[in-house]
Design a protein around this ligand. Structure first.
Ligand code: MSP
Length: 481
């Protein structure tokens, strides 16, 4: 049994943009999953950070009249602050300009070179700067990059190449056997389909981009920004003895880099592969691609101001199934907030803790019938979390709230007396405790508030014999009109 911590990563975000909910979606998912794994008794480390080299960042700095270093130093802290304000408990915020990362990249590339996987050649192709990648003519739409609607720049120069093609069979085999899990299944099939067409070697250096890490064996070249960026996971993982990563969480736009190029680089350097690459879907805002020009960009700050931290985390991951594409829309988020949190969970907890105040000091055991009735919510939740199905997990949580409402409406504890009333209240409080337990990875602050209004301190792994001192707290979620 390995003692290494479970190692989860998010993409490292480009600093040419301020943090928006696209970035927050993947990052919150990583934190929720990390908290859930921790609740299973396993040590977890979570890595996030910023991607700071390359032509795109250099251009953004120039546009602001700053040096690239000044520019990245001004933006990176904003990402860090936003994750902190969303309750994301990262263990390191890595920046690709960090000295240890630069040293690791240098060493990693040297190893790929020494092991015979890097060679010199001429590259000719079409480069899209916003993507920081080359496109094949056949994949362009009307001659433009489909992701950015821009005509890529023709480009020809002497580069160093990575012999990616040599890893095609090995990667197909490892991915199809799930030794390297690529999820969701549909994405795995897509990657295997592309691999079956074979792989071409890729260019991994530039002579015309000075904002980057120099190639150790030819300092007139800088390392291609994606190669530099992918190594961030290894920089941190290796330094704390957590390599290989257990889970790379990413958006589907960057799956190829993570499920093909990165594993091949690791093999070329003689390193172990990650356990799983999970790609979330892409979402639109109010039916349209998020864009500054359209003006529909939603920032995590706006959401936190409107809904609070915990509700923001919940709303992001309960909107549509993780892994599928979806849409966010403020009005719908507000309706969901009112229905599921203010009127749903918040109201149920308030109702039951108010009633429970009269039975302070009891030792609680939920009766068998209630225990059995609650079991499926608990089990569905755990099974959903294990497959990163956050949406289904939140449905199980909502199911437990509805069950609780129904239980209280039917038993009407206020009309009962003596032992009968005590049992009904114990059961209702037991449902509240289960709800807090299930809500915890999504809404850690709210779960704490609920436990504290039950008089339970600290971790509660199982709902059994617990001394309660119930005191109704402040409203968990106030309605938004
Ligand atoms: N810097 C690279 C990643 C390097 S990882 C070694 C990059 N950065 S990015 O800032 O463009 O962020 C990309 C990630 O942000 C996506 O993979 C996804 O996780 C998230 N999203 C950005 N916009 C999104 C949506 N509209 N919908 C869902 N996720 C989105 O690529």
């Amino acid at each position: 049994m390995s003692t290494k911590p479970f190692f989860i990563t998010t993409p490292i975000y480009y600093v040419n943009d301020v943090p928006h909910i696209g970035h927050a979606y993947t990052t919150v998912a990583a934190d929720v999953y990390a908290r859930w794994i921790r609740s299973q008794g396993r040590e977890v480390v979570l890595l996030t950070g910023t991607d700071e080299h390359g032509a795109k960042i250099a251009e953004a700095a120039r546009a602001k009249g700053a040096t690239p270093q000044e520019y990245v130093d001004s933006i990176a802290p904003e990402f860090k602050r936003v994750w902190e304000s969303l309750g994301v408990g990262f263990d390191r915020f890595i920046r690709t300009t960090d000295a240890d990362h630069v040293a690791t990249v240098t060493d990693f590339i040297q190893r790929m070179h020494d092991r015979g996987f890097v060679y010199r050649g001429i590259y000719e192709g079409l480069y899209c700067v916003p993507c920081e990648k080359f496109w094949n003519q056949a994949d362009l739409i009307d001659g433009k990059c489909p992701d950015h609607d821009k005509v890529p720049i023709p480009y020809k120069e002497e580069n160093y190449f990575f012999a990616l093609s040599r890893f095609c069979d090995e990667l197909s085999q490892r991915i199809s056997s799930d030794e390297l899990l690529v999820r969701p299944e549909e994405r795995k099939r897509e990657i295997l389909g592309k691999l079956s067409a074979g792989l071409e070697d890729i260019s991994i250096s530039r002579t015309n981009v000075s904002w980057g890490i120099a190639l150790p064996f030819d300092p007139s070249h800088t390392i291609y920004v994606w190669i530099d960026a992918l190594i961030n996971y290894y920089t941190f993982g290796k330094s704390i003895g957590a390599w290989p990563a257990d889970l790379h969480l990413i958006g589907k736009d960057i799956l190829w880099f993570h499920s093909v190029i990165w594993p091949a680089m690791l093999r070329a350097a003689g390193e172990e592969l990650p356990g799983q690459v999970f790609a979330n879907g892409f979402f639109t805002v109010a039916g349209r691609k998020m864009s500054k020009t359209i003006g529909n960009v939603i920032t995590p700050r706006e959401l936190i101001e409107r809904f609070g931290v915990d509700a923001t985390r919940y709303l992001l991951l309960s909107a549509f199934p993780f892994g599928e594409d979806g849409d966010f829309d403020m009005e719908r988020l507000t309706q969901k907030y009112n229905a599921e949190l203010a009127n749903g969970m918040g109201n149920f907890v308030a109702r039951v803790t108010k009633l429970g105040e009269q039975i302070e000091g009891i030792i609680h055991v939920t009766d068998d019938r209630t225990h059995h009735a609650l079991r499926p919510f608990h089990d569905d939740f755990q099974a959903a979390m294990a497959r990163l199905d956050f949406y289904q997990a939140t449905l199980a949580l909502r199911g437990a709230v509805s069950f609780g409402d129904q239980y209280v409406n039917e038993t009407k504890p206020w009309n009962l007396a003596g032992e009968e009333q005590r049992v009904a209240l114990q059961n209702a409080l037991g449902i509240v405790a289960l709800i807090a337990h299930l809500a915890r990875p999504f809404m850690p602050g709210t779960a704490e508030k609920i436990f504290s209004s039950l008089g339970i301190k600290g971790e509660m792994h199982e709902w059994g014999k617990v001394a309660l001192a119930v005191k109704k707290g402040e409203a968990l979620f106030s309605r938004i009109e």
